[in-house]
Ligand binder design. Structure first.
Ligand SMILES: [Zn+2]
Length: 102
């Protein structure tokens, strides 16, 4: 039986909806990659996997860079910002909500 790693559905549960399209893009391009971990780190989307190729590694980095310019919650163009010592990639509206959270 093929090992599955992190499924697309559970990958999407790790991050906000704004990045779901990026997750789909990677999973569609590399259906055979064994996904070890999908998460947000330093305000960017990380798609850790094994059994990939130079191509999938390049795509992983490209998607990380693109996620750092897209609101994690709604996908609007923005940039990574520091909110009380944590890096978030959120648009102005969502950053404000995050700032207001206690
Ligand atoms: Zn937003």
């Amino acid at each position: 039986m093929k090992k599955e790693g992190v499924t697309r559905e559970s990958a999407k549960r790790q991050v906000g909806e704004g990045w779901h399209g990026l997750i789909d893009e990677f999973y569609n391009m590399f259906p055979d990659a064994y996904m070890t971990q999908v998460k947000e780190k330093f305000g960017g989307l990380r798609l850790y996997h094994s059994g990939g190729s130079d191509e999938s590694t390049k795509k992983e980095i490209e998607i990380m860079e693109r996620s750092e310019k897209m609101c994690e919650l709604c996908g609007k163009p923005t940039e990574t910002r520091d909110i009380r010592g944590w890096l978030w990639t959120l648009c102005d509206d969502h950053a404000k909500l995050q700032e207001d959270k206690k």
